[in-house]
Design a protein around this ligand. Structure first.
Ligand SMILES: Nc1ncnc2c1ncn2[C@@H]1O[C@H](COP(=O)(O)OP(=O)(O)OP(=O)(O)O)[C@@H](O)[C@H]1O
Length: 445
């Protein structure tokens, strides 16, 4: 694929030399067809690719064991196979024996985006519940409404042959009768609502919880108030409760938080250079301003809509503007932004997941954890920076991790429009020591 891009580069460069006037952001036919080929090559059926990766010891999907060897309950094994999983990934193979050991062990675990962390802790929860006891025994906390719903769906699917186990969503808008005692064995929700249900409303008796899962810990601590709420929930749980914490990134702040939440843990951690996935190829495009970036995006719209794409902007304002401009050009796009009601956001994600829209323009709200298999291109319309204007490496990793899910190939295209953003891009590269970063400008001014 990099050869294709070099050809593409050469073709544009030639064009630029012939025509020195400012027209170079318009791709010529040859260049467009090359780009199309590149994106198409990412879309070929990757079932075989998963099988190949699962035999490669360097891949995060590699495992020596089968699901049978992980000694799951037969109902769960049936669920796993019904979901189309053939073999466990590395994190599943390593984490499950620790999580299922007797006596239960605590775990802090890191694995790259899209490598099956959710499936791993869902299997652990489903393995630990006693369906004859009609009260909550497993509590899972997710940082957002959307992620709680998504993880809940995985619990429902994985537990489809284990109908005695019931699930309840502790999310905003789910109003229960006063004085009610929950009978569902698993509760999944966001920290504020879970805390209310344990403390103020007493729907849950925290002393009876056997497994506590904290998903996407890095996002959790990045969200105002969630860190405190999670700690307050944790303090209500019994000492014997198994604590599990998962994250795709482990900056020092996440690590410190993890150690406060999870006493005496087993740890599975990645080396920095293992954090990015080789299956995601990363490119950048040089433009001069926002309008040029928009034009560039229009030029590749046809190619990116062969599958699905997510376009990330820094602010709600830019996202709104971009979605509006794309629509004016006749391109069908969906807009997801933080100002929407959570139910509205869930509906937009559902439509996107079902392929009703091919392109989703969004801000960071959607960068983390959302699992849409068909996303093959991620475009950083704006590069991720923190409030001090420094590169936000974690967000970068989460954004590009929306593609390349479980061995699928993916493409990340970064739009650079100034010396400042070029500098950000270089610093992101330095941070990860990214080996698969392909430095080719698509549009050279
Ligand atoms: N063993 C497996 N075999 C095949 N597919 C799998 C397996 N485990 C998980 N998957 C699929 O891979 C995709 C990614 O898995 P999952 O969402 O669990 O990853 P994750 O590590 O939690 O990602 P993130 O860090 O982005 O939250 C999902 O669509 C899931 O159904």
């Amino acid at each position: 694929s990099s050869a294709l891009f070099y050809m593409l580069y050469a073709s544009i460069k030639k064009k630029n030399q012939k025509n020195s006037r400012f027209k170079n952001i318009i791709l010529d036919k040859a260049a467009q067809s090359l780009l199309n080929k590149l994106i198409r090559s990412n879309l070929v059926n990757t079932t075989n690719q998963v099988e190949v990766l699962q035999r490669d010891p360097n891949s995060p999907l590699y495992s020596v064991k089968s699901f049978e060897e992980l000694r799951l309950k037969p109902q769960l094994l049936q669920g796993v196979y019904a979901m189309g999983f053939n073999r466990p990934s590395k994190i599943q193979e390593n984490a499950l024996p620790m999580m299922l050991a007797e006596p239960p062990q605590n775990l802090i675990a890191q694995s790259q985006s899209g490598t099956g962390k959710t499936a791993a802790f869902v299997l652990a929860m489903l393995s630990h519940v006693d369906p004859s006891n009609k009260w909550p025994q497993c509590l899972c906390v997710s940082p957002t409404y959307e992620l709680a719903l998504q993880t809940g769906k995985v619990i429902e699917q994985m537990g489809q042959f284990y109908p005695e186990v019931k699930l309840m969503y502790a999310i905003r808008g789910n109003k229960l009768e006063k004085g009610l005692k929950l009978q569902e064995q698993i509760v999944i929700g966001t920290p504020g609502t879970v805390l209310d249900w344990c403390q103020k409303l007493k729907f849950i008796d925290p002393k009876k919880i056997k497994v506590f899962v904290l998903d996407e810990a890095d996002v959790m601590i990045a969200t105002q108030g969630h860190l405190d709420q999670s700690l307050r929930i944790q303090r209500m749980l019994p000492k014997s409760c198994q604590m599990l914490l998962f994250s795709a990134t482990f900056e020092e702040s996440v690590w410190n938080f993890a150690k406060r939440i999870v006493p005496d843990p087993n740890v599975i951690k990645l080396k920095r250079e293992e954090e990015t996935l080789d299956t995601i190829k990363q490119y950048y495009v040089v433009c001069n301003c926002k309008e040029e970036k928009f034009q560039a995006l229009c030029n590749i719209y046809g190619a990116i809509t062969i599958a699905q794409a997510m376009v990330f902007c820094h602010t709600r304002k830019t996202a709104g503007w971009l979605a509006g401009e794309l629509s004016k050009e006749g391109h069908q796009v969906a807009l997801l932004s933080g100002e929407m009601q959570v139910e509205q956001r869930a509906a937009v994600i559902d439509r996107f997941r079902n392929g009703k829209e091919k392109v989703l323009v969004t801000t960071n709200v959607c960068a983390r954890g959302i699992d849409v298999e068909q996303v093959s291109v991620v475009i950083n319309f704006d590069l991720p920076v923190d409030k001090d204007g420094n590169p936000d490496n974690e967000t970068y990793l989460h954004r590009i991790g929306r593609t390349g899910r479980f061995g699928k190939r993916g493409l990340a295209i970064n739009m650079v429009d100034s010396k400042f953003s070029m500098n950000i891009l270089n610093r992101i590269q330095d941070h990860f020591g990214t080996l698969n970063w392909i430095q080719v400008s698509l549009w050279v001014s």
